[in-house]
Design a protein around this ligand. Structure first.
Ligand code: SF4
Ligand code: SF4
Length: 448
């Protein structure tokens, strides 16, 4: 099986047919992304963006990898400086690009609007295509990690066996020695019933409403590992009268961008854009429960690919709670809710920060009786998707995460909360806390 075979999973079928336009939605935030051409011979030429850099080094100060690794030259070098060099002569990409975690914090830090993460993604793609041997262990390790959806689709056919095997000590030791996947982390459990299986078993949408439709981009993790998050998302939207569609979908591409596997990411993007554009034609807006998935659809897709309707998809994509805050009186609904004395240590993922969404869980639950959601600060969790799973990056990833672990320890609650599934893994790994998604709390407060 190749990494992209599973895009056409037999269980990935359109669950809701199309219909009339969603008239309730009329005030949409427009995408602020600047699309800058970069490569002369590719889809994009970013060299013009390099000229906007005035070397203030603000981006370097914001980089969590540069903070703990003095050999990492930082985002200014990876971005504008590298592109200036390439303009003069056709320099190779510096191999330190593979040490960038794609946290994208430098993007929002730059006061001059230099498209740093776009430059890094392009550079990583070129590095992998032209300078990394496809016979190397690193190439295959990165390819397997970034195509998590393929492994998860196979493992979820035999979840109990997979859960045992993936955390069997000798197997983990072998994986570290042969592939360079750290044995220090616990593999997340695969659900015995995926979200899509549950959805099919349930008979699809419980609410039909041609005037209020959303197409749910659940991503890989909510489907294979945490279907409870996806079910909460469905229940909450149905509570507000939305008809939820669950279109066929591949991976958002987030782990592929971070590993320079742009051909794999493009194949998934083509499927996603076609299916989500069809849902838009059926009157739906797109909502995601993972902040990296929403960032990918909104920002990385139009920055990296030229696919028909890609900007349509980017402009109509929202994070789930963001969507409810824009179009529903969710604060009003929550005002009457009561929860049973719960306190959460909340971490805002870097990719939520990039969309301006890193405070929304704290703000949403601020006035709800019986719940305290405490922000544990603006540091990076350090795992950055597949980054912290690499044997040579594990210690660095944990050093970056130390500040968050300490703040979680000092927070009142001993349950964590975040929107990002891999930040959740790191929070659990570093503190031993149970971690919940804010949508699960919304489900508790408004539905159950
Ligand atoms: S923050 Fe922007 S302008 Fe400043 S050094 Fe970095 S890329 Fe250049
Ligand atoms: S994406 Fe993150 S790790 Fe990479 S250069 Fe920017 S701040 Fe540093």
């Amino acid at each position: 099986m190749t990494p992209d075979d599973d895009i056409s999973d037999p269980d990935v079928e359109r669950a809701t047919d199309g219909g009339v336009s969603a008239g309730a939605v009329d005030e949409r935030p427009s995408s602020e992304t600047e699309f800058v051409d970069v490569f002369e011979e590719g889809d994009l030429d970013l060299r013009a963006g390099a000229d906007n850099c005035y070397k203030c080094t603000t981006c370097d100060m914001s980089c969590p990898v540069a903070e703990v690794d003095e050999e990492f030259p930082g985002p200014k070098f990876q971005g504008p400086e590298q592109w200036r060099l390439k303009r003069k002569e056709d320099e190779d990409i510096d191999d330190s690009i593979m040490s960038c975690s794609n946290c994208m914090r430098c993007d929002s830090a730059c006061p001059s609007g230099v498209p740093l993460s776009q430059m890094h993604n392009e550079a990583r793609g070129e590095y992998v295509d032209e300078q990394m041997s496809t016979l190397s262990t690193e190439y295959w390790r990165n390819r397997i990690l970034s195509n998590y959806r393929t492994s998860a689709a196979i493992a979820s056919k035999v979840p109990r066996l997979a859960n045992w095997a993936m955390n069997f000590g000798p197997a983990r030791w072998l994986m570290e020695r042969t592939l360079g996947v750290t044995k220090e982390r616990e593999f997340p459990d695969f659900a015995t019933e995926t979200f899509r299986e549950w959805w099919t078993e349930r008979g699809g949408a419980a609410v039909e409403n041609p005037d209020k439709r959303v197409a749910y981009f659940h991503g890989c993790y909510s489907n294979y590992n945490t279907p409870e998050v996806a079910k909460s998302m469905v229940r909450v939207f149905e509570q507000f009268g939305y008809e939820v569609m669950v279109p066929p979908q591949g991976c958002s591409g987030t782990p592929m961008f971070a590993n320079g596997m742009l051909d794999d990411a493009r194949r998934h993007a083509e499927t996603n854009v076609a299916e989500l554009a069809a849902a838009i034609d059926d009157g739906a807006d797109i909502v995601a429960s993972c902040t990296s998935c929403s960032l990918s659809l909104r920002q990385e897709y139009p920055e990296l690919f030229d696919i028909d309707r890609i900007e349509d998809v980017a402009e109509n994509t929202f994070e789930a709670m963001e969507y409810l805050r824009i179009y529903e009186d969710i604060e009003g609904e929550l005002a009457d809710a009561e929860l049973g004395g719960e306190a959460f240590a909340y971490h805002g993922p870097c990719h939520a920060r990039n969309q301006g969404l890193h405070r929304q869980a704290v703000e949403l639950f601020d006035d709800v009786d019986g719940v305290l959601v405490e922000d544990v600060g603006d540091s990076c969790s350090g795992i950055s998707g597949t980054y912290g799973w690499k044997e040579e990056k594990y210690e660095k990833s944990m050093t970056i995460g130390e500040e968050m672990f300490e703040h979680m320890d000092h927070a009142e609650g001993d349950v964590g909360m975040t929107e990002c599934p891999t930040c959740a893994m790191q929070m659990e790994h570093g503190t031993g806390y149970e971690i919940r998604h804010p949508l699960e709390l919304l489900d508790d407060a408004l539905v159950r």
